[in-house]
Design a protein around this ligand. Structure first.
Ligand code: ZN
Length: 430
């Protein structure tokens, strides 16, 4: 074994001490060097000296994606330009791109975090990693590659698409790990099957970035490619890029790098912490980032903490997979519901397709009702609907604590979208 990128921390107390030091360093750094943060801190009358314990994080103001857009082109900048060695930008699907600056230390820290991801996935210097994610101004390709090189494994940088070359390299170079998006993973699985390559390749692990993979997609990739593990790699441009955590081979949750950032899980309405294990919005404060530090940055991504120690024994805490966006949350009969929760139930039910819609109505009795339209799989039979709807309705009641009516519809009847499909139709008026 080569060098390890895991933190040399043995106790939770030690981790908390590192977090407090990092928090105090960050608060001092941004107050001194960023006009934006200084102004924000002054508005809520908080000074660096007020941060004496980890609990004091609640005194700090929030940062949002709007702040990044308004500060374009160099938002949150807290280091002089002479120290900035690179920028990255989000793909900018809505409004202006988010641009983030990096010092050399930030780049090094990111590579270490990414190398830790590969180590968590069980990769060593003997592995050969085929990188089939995009290279460019966004953080994907270059992040995946820096991590491979930092670990000391072999990087095979291809970028996305180019299926012929991907298949040829899998065979000729005997790549042991493939990094790609979930849809690319499915495509590769189907190609390897079609070309009868499964016995000629040496692929053991898939690491997927940028889009969430469904259980059905993972199953297909495992079967057709013969891989042992499929990992989802989380991350966002604002927080270096991908590589901010990874599930280990026990797949009990995503270990996140709590020695690099503090993760708060807050109720998106009240902005107060949710009880441990409940769903809320991920709010991030970095502990070592120099050029564009985050102070209580609202990601709008929803997840929950997994309040237990993983079977692997790592001290690094875990959060669940991402369960959707807080903007998509709706409330029915006083229960907060996220489409991701329904999605999760549907994708773990056999006989159900990938398309669904959630309709909310207020009836004459004044009560709210939820109807979920779900497509059958292509080969599904209408006579199997009652059993299927019963089982989904029961699971929803058990897991989300609310009643909903499930209506099965024919395969292909719900509209498809190239972009994100509209899932929730709230017809209740205000
Ligand atoms: Zn683990």
């Amino acid at each position: 074994m080569g060098k390890s990128f895991m933190p040399k921390i043995r106790t939770e107390r030690e981790l908390k001490r590192i977090q407090l030091e990092g928090l105090q360093w960050t608060v001092n750094h941004v107050y001194k060097n960023s006009e934006f943060y200084r102004k924000r801190f002054n508005e809520v009358e908080v000074r660096p000296k007020h941060i004496k314990s980890l609990k004091d994080i609640s005194k700090l103001p929030f940062t949002t994606s709007k702040d990044l857009q308004e500060g374009y082109p160099f938002p949150l900048r807290s280091s002089p330009f002479e120290k900035i060695v690179r920028i990255h930008a989000s793909s900018g699907t809505t409004g202006k791109r988010k641009v983030l600056c990096y010092t050399q230390k930030d780049i090094n820290d990111w590579a270490n975090m990414f190398a830790r991801c590969y180590e968590m996935a069980g990769l060593t210097t003997k592995d050969r990693v085929q990188i089939a994610v995009g290279y460019g101004v966004w953080t994907a390709g270059v992040g995946f590659q820096a991590g491979v090189e930092r670990l000391g494994a072999m990087a095979i940088p291809i970028g996305p698409g180019n299926i012929d070359m991907q298949c040829q390299f899998l065979e000729d170079f005997q790549s042991t790990a493939l990094c790609c998006t979930a849809s690319m993973g499915v495509l590769m699985a189907e190609e390897v099957e079609k070309r009868h390559l499964r016995d000629k390749i040496a692929l053991k692990k898939l690491i997927m970035g940028s889009e969430r993979s469904s259980d059905a997609q993972r199953k297909k990739m495992k079967e057709l490619l013969g891989v042992e593990h499929v990992f989802d790699i989380p991350g966002l441009t604002e927080l270096y890029g991908p590589g901010t955590g990874l599930d280990c081979i026990y797949h009990e949750g995503i270990h996140y790098w709590a020695d690099y950032y503090i993760l708060e899980i807050l109720d998106p309405e009240t902005l107060q912490p949710v009880p441990s294990g409940e769903i809320g919005e991920m709010v991030i404060t970095t502990l070592r980032k120099e050029a564009a530090p985050l102070v209580r940055y609202r990601t709008r991504d929803l997840t929950k903490l997994i309040p237990k120690r993983c079977s692997c024994g790592s001290i690094l805490p875990m959060h669940d997979r991402l369960l959707g966006r807080s903007d998509d949350m709706f409330i029915i009969r006083a229960v907060n519901i996220y489409p991701g929760q329904i999605d999760h139930i549907l994708s773990s039910t056999n006989g159900v397709g990938s398309e669904y819609q959630i309709h909310l109505d207020r009836k004459e009795d004044g009560k709210d009702y939820m109807t979920i339209k779900v497509e059958r799989v292509e080969s599904g039979k209408p006579e199997e609907d009652p059993a299927l709807t019963n089982s989904i309705e029961e699971t929803i009641k058990k897991q989300i604590l609310v009643s909903g009516k499930v209506v099965m519809v024919d395969y292909g009847t719900l509209p498809r979208s190239e972009r994100k499909s509209k899932r929730v139709f709230d017809n209740r008026g205000i």
